[in-house]
Design a protein around this ligand. Sequence first.
Ligand code: GTP
Ligand code: MG
Ligand code: ZN
Length: 346
Amino acid sequence: MTKCPNCFLVVPEGPVAPGGARGRPDQPDPPPPPRECPNPACRRAYPPGWQDSRSTCLVMAGARTAGKSIFIAVMIKQLEQLGAAVGMEVGPATTAVRDVFQEHYLDPLYRQRGIMEPTRSTNEGDAYQRESLVFTLTNAFGRRHHLVIRDVAGEDLERPDDTTRERLGFFGHADGVFFLFDPLQIDEITHQLRQIVPEQPLGRPAKEVLDTTVDLVSQGAPRFAVIMSKFDTLQKLRTVRYDNAYTAIMQNAGAAIFRDPGPYGSPHDMDGRLLHEEVRSLLMLFNQGPLVAKVQNAARRGGHRFFAVSALGAPPNGDSQHPQGIAPFRCLDPLRWVLEGTGVMG
Ligand SMILES: Nc1nc2c(ncn2[C@@H]2O[C@H](COP(=O)(O)OP(=O)(O)OP(=O)(O)O)[C@@H](O)[C@H]2O)c(=O)[nH]1
Ligand SMILES: [Mg+2]
Ligand SMILES: [Zn+2]
């Protein structure tokens, strides 16, 4: 199935000739498939050849500073590295996507070795994320698949207004929702990590933003990936020497939350399930039961899974990255999960 890369509405099948026949010599040729999206709120022309490949449409969600934009950049870099190893080509689908991705994502992180600007609200004129990030994945057999990602400003989810549903209408048709949240939003973790991890600005509480996200997707049935971002900060709990409930968990070096099987191995579902259970248990331990329950209920149709990722691998120093550079942790896990069954990852 293919969806509009802008609003995520399913692309209608090309009309069938009268009598149901396609291409029979005694029937007139059926009209060509639609060239533009039938959604009255969208009406965008489909990119050339769009209907020939399938697509997976993802939306990023989470509070301000949850780590969404940096995660996208690092995930795509890792996907390119995986592609190089398994014979899959990964590239921006259009020159416009290539330019936006280079200027707003890759340059700040990989050229200037800094971090990214907060994503502007779609209410602002120059909000670059109004255009989807579309990547073409071509596997070793020449089969193409489009990965469409809508970055979203945390600000838009933190302060929904009368126009939010209309501006973010694509949520309701997404195949996957990546809901990121910063572990430092959890008071108990902040308390434990005081003086160990530098303070970073935080957005609205994750549960509040999750409520808005769930409202926006209520008509759809996406896969719901709930992603603890900036996991490098939580891993620092290993160095905390208090004798409390967390110490034993954090000293378990063999746990899935402490090891990254790496992007090159074939996706091993058991590893994903283990990680899911470990992150879920951590959330329960940190009194996040309401968040877990909300996700479970909201994702009854599409399914959900918990993840732990770190895009940078270490807290930045002001506007600069850690001197050791970017050291990602498990950044491809959520993508592998939503692409399962598409055949594009092998
Ligand atoms: N420790 C740590 N900090 C991170 C990581 N990723 C991002 N950050 C920090 O979080 C800040 C926000 O990251 P962004 O990716 O811009 O956050 P966002 O969710 O896109 O934020 P909005 O665009 O405002 O919605 C960065 O400036 C970094 O300081 C990470 O992997 N580890
Ligand atoms: Mg952003
Ligand atoms: Zn559309």
